[in-house]
Each structure stands twice: as C-alpha cells, then as structure tokens.
Design a protein around this ligand. Structure first.
Ligand code: LCS
Length: 401
C-alpha cells in the first residue's frame, strides 16, 4: 500500500468519495452501455486511447472503473481489469503473453479449471504447458525451456494448500525473461500481495473472498498500466469477457467487509485445522498455519494470515470421505469457497475431476481428500458438525478390527 492508511481503511475509502452532485456515500451503479461525446474529435481521441473515457460497455464502465482502482490499489499495482470470472482473468492473462509455439511452466496443484485450460484449450492454439513441483527451485529451472514465456503460480494452492516462494520463483523466472503470474484468490490482498514480492501479474477469482457472499462470478487481473490496457482492448474486449456494472456494485459492497470477514475465516480455519489434526479418523491435514505443514515457515514470512481453507484426508478413502460429507448437517456439499457458509467438497469428483486420476495422484489429490472452506459461523458449531460427522467413521473402523 502506497498511502498512509491501514488496510481496513484503504479497503473502504480507496477510489470512493461522496457523489459531488448528491452527496451519496455509496457509489452509483452506472449500467449505461453507450456514452455520448461532444464531437467527432473527442470520440476519435477516446477510441485511440489519447483521452480518458468510456465509450462502449464491453471495454469498461464507470462502476467497474471505481472497483478496478480499488483492487489495483489494494494489490499495490498500477492498474486492474475487472472481468467476467476468475477463469476469464486466468485465460486473458495467459493469452496476453503466449503465442503459438510458446510454453508455460505451471505449479503442480492448481485449480482444476486452470489445469483444464492449459491442457485442453491452450494446446489447440499451439501453447504447451508442463506441471512442475514449484516448491523445488531446481526442478523449476530444469523445466524452463527456451520458449517458456510464463511461470504460472497459485499459492496457497487449490486444494492442497502448497505454499510457493513468490520472491525466489520470480527471481529465477526474471533471470530468463519469463513473466510470473500469481493466482491470489485464496489469500486476497488482505493476506498476501504478490506484486510486492516480485510477481508481474496477479489474477483473482473475485467470486470467492473478494465479493464474499456467493452471489457474483467475477475476476480481476492486476499489473502494469500498459499491459492492463492491452488486455482490456485486445483480449477481454475481443473475447467479450467483461464484467457488468451490477456485479461490480455487489463486489464494491462485499469488499467493504473484507478485513472483518477474512479475519474471522482465518480464525475459524485455524480452530478447525487444530481440531482435525488431533482427530483419529483423519490421516493428514493441509493447512499452512499448522507447524506440520511443509512450508509453514515460508507461509509465516509471506502471508499475513493463513487463509480460510483447510484440506484433509479421511482414513478409508472414497467411501469414508463420501459417508463423512453426507453426514454433515451445517457444512454444505458445494463448489466455490470464501462464502459466509461453510462449504465442503471432494476434489477428486468435483473441482479436480477433469484431471486424469494418475495425474491427480501426483498432485496429492487422493480419493479420500476433502476441502473445507471455513465459513463465518461460530467455530464451535463448525467443529461440532465435523465431530458428529466423523464419529460414525470411528465406530465403523472399530467394527472392522
Ligand atoms: N482460481 C482459483 C484458485 C479457484 O479456486 C477458482 C474457482 C478459479 C480461479 C476460477 O474462478 P471462477 O471462474 O469460478 O470465478 N474455484 C472453484 C472451486 O474451488 N470450486 O468451484 C469453483
């Protein structure tokens, strides 16, 4: 953050001032698609990028612009682009740097949709990707090819919460002129700011914590002004991946409580992780805040908090995992994360189903793995629910002995 405000203040006040005409404190929604110009020269200058302004809703809109300024400031970037989904942010940012014949090094466990884009759509356009254990710098260096243009990271990763060293990875990528893109969805700028650590571009699924209420699909890309302008005009605009004013308004509203929400998510997740780590029906817990996490020390240096997602292995594989999630009463079996409600999902059959089973196994996405997005409920109620759903597994295991 470049200004003097604390993060909670900046989240609320950056880019938002009362309306000069009415005094309204909340930013207005401007749903207009068309914008009138005083004369032909003014419109020509706006289209040519020589004059500030909005000219057609597919390239941006005043409500979205307010939100973009806020997101750029929170990530400490020059500019941001609001797009229609997290996947739009990921695909647009990758396409900005990649052409036929180019290569991407991608971290091994990423969101299933990012993996699918890089393995199914991107190859149709001559773009190749390798999935590499990015906790191993030597392996990353070895994976770089002369035609590698992008190092794509997600940290902590979905679903195994692997934490990657953004500073070191950016350093080795930049030595070879490779651009570093980081998916910061799990952290939000409240807990981690990759651009300050050396990354070139940040992407977000704003569908998750940034909006935080489970009622919007949206994404953001943050980076240098020139790059964001290029993506706006030549990728988002041409592919029609634009955000709309109503969703931008909801995100502006949701964002105001980002700090409050994230702190509560983190607190609840810490309590849940500690509970699960001691539970005899669980064989492994993935949470960067636990001392047992392989990158716990790095996480403490790089992140201001450990996030709201906890993943864990239930003893007994798929059958045990299924009976456990079926027995939950408060937590809901659902896609998405970062909502007020505790959401639970089974990556192998849900978010990461598109990854072939043998590949999934390399990423630690086993059939017994469960991912829990800790909600904003009382920690004792979330833990009570987990406890009652896990206890039949202990009874069943005892009966088998
Ligand atoms: N990045 C991460 C880390 C994600 O978890 C997701 C979606 C995306 C990007 C894509 O965002 P979207 O286009 O959906 O806004 N993650 C999901 C998940 O874990 N369950 O359902 C969607």
């Amino acid at each position: 953050m470049t200004n003097k405000w604390g993060l909670d203040t900046a989240i609320i006040h950056t880019a938002q001032t009362p309306c000069q005409k009415t005094g309204a404190v909340v930013s207005a929604v401007v749903p207009a698609v068309a914008y009138a110009f005083p004369d032909a020269d003014a419109v020509a200058a706006c289209v040519a990028g020589q004059r500030e302004g909005t000219y057609y809703g597919r390239y941006g809109n005043p409500t979205i612009q307010t939100l973009e300024e806020k997101i750029a400031a929170l990530e400490n970037g020059e500019a941001a682009l609001g797009v229609s989904s997290g996947m739009a942010a990921i695909s647009a940012s990758l396409l900005a740097f990649l052409q036929q014949g180019d290569h991407v090094v991608c971290t091994r466990d990423v969101y299933g949709g990012s993996h699918k884009f890089l393995t199914t759509l991107a190859p149709c356009y001559g773009i190749q990707a390798d999935f590499v254990d990015c906790t191993d710098l030597a392996a990353v260096k070895k994976a770089f090819l002369p035609q590698t243009k992008v190092l794509y990271l997600e940290t902590p990763s979905n679903p195994c919460l692997t934490v990657l060293d953004i500073t070191e990875l950016s350093r080795i990528a930049h030595e070879r002129g490779i651009t570093v893109i980081v998916d910061n969805t799990f952290m939000t700028p409240y807990l981690q700011r990759p651009l300050e650590l050396g990354a070139d571009v940040v992407v977000h699924s704003a569908t998750k914590y940034l909006n935080g209420h489970g009622d919007v699909i949206a994404g953001f890309i943050v980076g240098k002004q020139e790059l964001i302008q290029f993506m706006r005009k030549h990728i988002m605009g041409d592919l029609g991946q634009n955000l709309n004013a109503w969703d931008a308004f909801l995100i502006l509203r949701g964002l105001k409580t980002l700090g409050l929400r994230v702190r509560q998510h983190v607190q609840n997740a810490e309590a849940v992780a500690q509970f699960l780590e001691k539970h005899p029906a669980i064989s492994r817990v993935y949470y960067p805040g636990l001392a047992s996490h392989p990158q716990h020390e790095l996480a403490k240096r790089q992140m201001a908090g450990m996030g709201g997602i906890v993943s864990f292995e239930v003893k007994g594989g798929y059958e045990a995992a299924k009976s456990f999630i079926n027995a939950l009463r408060l937590a809901m079996i659902s896609f998405s994360l970062g909502d007020p409600e505790t959401l639970v999902q089974h990556p192998a059959s849900m978010t990461h189903f598109s990854i072939p089973p043998e590949e999934r196994a390399k990423f630690n996405i086993t059939d017994g793995l469960i991912r829990l997005s800790t909600g904003l409920e009382d920690a004792k109620d979330i833990i009570g629910d987990l406890e009652q759903a896990l206890s039949p597994l202990l009874t069943a295991a005892a009966a088998h002995q």
